[in-house]
Design a protein around this ligand. Structure first.
Ligand code: MN
Length: 567
């Protein structure tokens, strides 16, 4: 947990970045002080969590901004340090990353959530910068390692969130190692019985497989040497428990059918050597039909590249081999983080002198996939720009105080949000807090905002709101509510059959005005065969209307009088 250890890891990848090392040192001291009196649920100092998160980011070879933000990632949330003071101390970029992680922290998985896929996309949209996702993944990795100290009722929710949201996201970003680790950490909390079964049953088979492969290893090495190929490394890849469990479900829970429980992994120098190695192995042992996978020519959607084959190996036992180059291995280990590293090195002397191998210039498939998520992606952007754009140009994702995600169009206001929660919340909305600050009802919301609606009983929407909302739904609800709140006032219309007497109109209106009721309309039809007068007055009160009618009936010249309530 020392600064030296962290700086050493950083300098492995950025040996000449003194400025970066200094910023990391400052963030280290700042975070240590900020968390100094806090403990983890495990009883450890809170800073242990901060350190592990940052150290993981250094191992993933991320830049100093990410590592500093990793050190500071819980200061806003847990130490009530303001974004403004972080900005003063560490500048815009690092603060932006910390704020991004803080926003993601508010997001909670709910079982009844709309598609998991849209949740994963939302994480990217809120993050705006993939480094925010890397920090969140490092944070989550350590949280999962200490999950047993968290209250039991929370464990499962966090574990499911990890397996359903963060692991697939890591996988999507090409970080399959991280994805596998997250899944394995979540497995015992989600399916305790199945986890127990798998670990108990695999142990023996696993050890037996390892002994077997140890015998295979020299045979392969020997044959490769004869063909002039010297593998850079040859090791074993054990299948992860959770992915093994998922596979077992498809194979009648029969371990005998899982050929890649342990695979032999060969790392060679060039793509050419990959294919040559495959040929050598196939010459030694016949391949199982349908099990040769050329992920070099056809990479997986997340950018994974490798050759896989299963052969009838020593004693005719099906055995999987995986063959790849260093760069492919790098990509498989670090995924998008590896791209980040290479891109951040572009233009440096190390890069120009060829000390750092350039990855395939073709952008990996996952980046293209990210771009597809956003239909209006502008054509040819540089890689880093591509990571920083909004993935969804026309949607924002905001959160309720409980972490529920609400998907809205860009420009949506707190009023839209309130109606989205419930039309009664919209109708009684008097104000809103965004990220704990009171805002005006017309302030456009941003992705990641936590929105709390302030309501008041018996409040009604105002006509002006129609101009402030973006969603059709809110508009519709406001209109409906306005109509209900102020039904068109009703009036009383009299039809008075009478003689055409001079002064009759004056007498009628005198009675009405004595009762303090405004006359809205008065029409005379005195030239008709049966002359009559129409009077509309502003009341819908039946008793009043009746009373007036009786009074008017007594006026000289009035023959007949009737009334009706009209709109
Ligand atoms: Mn944290």
């Amino acid at each position: 947990m020392t600064l030296d250890k962290l700086i050493k890891e950083f300098k492995k990848h950025f040996p000449s970045d003194e400025n970066g090392a200094q910023v990391i040192a400052r963030a280290f001291a700042f975070a240590k002080n900020a968390h100094k009196n806090q403990k983890r649920a495990s009883g450890e100092n809170y800073f242990s969590h901060i350190f592990e998160t940052a150290y993981k980011l250094a191992m993933w070879r991320l830049d100093y901004q990410s590592i500093a933000a990793g050190l500071l990632h819980d200061t806003i949330e847990d130490c009530k340090i303001s974004a403004e003071s972080l900005k003063k101390e560490f500048g815009e970029e690092i603060t932006f990353l910390v704020e991004g992680v803080t926003k993601l922290g508010a997001l909670k998985y709910h079982e009844d959530d709309q598609g998991l896929e849209s949740l994963r996309k939302m994480i990217l949209a809120i993050s705006k910068d993939l480094r925010v996702v890397f920090i969140k993944l490092a944070d989550r990795l350590h949280n999962m390692k200490t999950l047993r100290y968290v209250p039991q009722q929370k464990q499962k929710r966090i574990a499911v969130e990890t397996a359903e949201i963060y692991a697939p996201l890591a996988y999507r970003l090409g970080m399959q190692n991280v994805a596998g680790e997250l899944e394995d950490l979540a497995f015992p909390y989600i399916y305790p019985d199945k986890h127990k079964w798998v670990t108990e049953n695999v142990k023996e088979t696993f050890e037996e497989r390892m002994r077997y492969l140890k015998n295979v290893e020299p045979v392969v090495k020997n044959q490769l040497e004869k063909s002039g190929i010297k593998p850079l490394s040859l090791d074993y890849r054990a299948k992860r428990f959770y992915s093994l469990y998922k596979k077992l479900l498809r194979y009648d829970m029969n371990l005998e059918n899982i050929y890649d429980l342990v695979a032999l992994r060969l790392i060679v120098n060039t793509v050419e050597e990959c294919y040559l190695t495959l040929g050598v192995i196939h010459q030694l042992w016949p391949p199982l039909p349908g099990r040769i996978k050329d992920y070099i020519a056809l990479p997986k959607p997340n950018g994974y590249q490798s050759l896989h084959t299963t052969v009838f190996c020593v004693d005719d036992r099906p055995t999987e081999f995986q063959i790849r180059t260093v760069d492919m291995h790098e990509q498989a280990e670090h995924g998008a983080a590896a791209h980040w590293f290479y891109e951040s090195k572009k233009g440096t002397s190390e890069y120009n002198e060829g000390k750092i191998a350039a990855l395939d210039s073709k952008e990996s498939i996952w980046i293209r996939q990210l771009k597809n998520w956003q239909s209006q992606f502008p054509g040819s952007k540089e890689f880093i720009e591509a990571l920083k754009v909004d993935f969804f140009s026309d949607r924002i994702f905001v959160l309720t105080p409980k972490g529920r995600v609400i998907d809205m169009p860009v420009g949506a206001t707190p009023i839209d949000f309130a109606y989205h929660i419930h039309s009664s919340v919209g109708d009684s909305c008097v104000g809103a807090k965004v990220n704990n600050k009171i805002v005006s009802l017309d302030a456009p919301l941003q992705s990641g905002d936590i929105v709390e609606v302030l309501t008041q009983k018996n409040k009604k929407p105002s006509e002006g709101w129609l101009a402030l909302v973006k969603t059709h739904y809110a508009k519709k609800k406001i209109k409906a509510s306005l109509k209900k709140a102020s039904p068109i006032p009703k009036k009383t219309e009299y039809k008075i059959t009478c003689e055409a007497r001079i002064g009759l109109i004056k007498d009628l209106s005198a009675i009405i005005s004595r009762n303090h009721i405004p006359v809205i309309k008065l029409e005379t039809f005195l030239n008709e065969k049966y002359p009559f007068i129409k009077i509309v007055i502003d009341t819908e009160n039946k008793e009043k209307a009746e009373m007036l009618m009786l009074k008017m009936k007594k006026i000289n010249g009035v023959k007949e009088i009737g009334y009706k309530i009209v709109e």
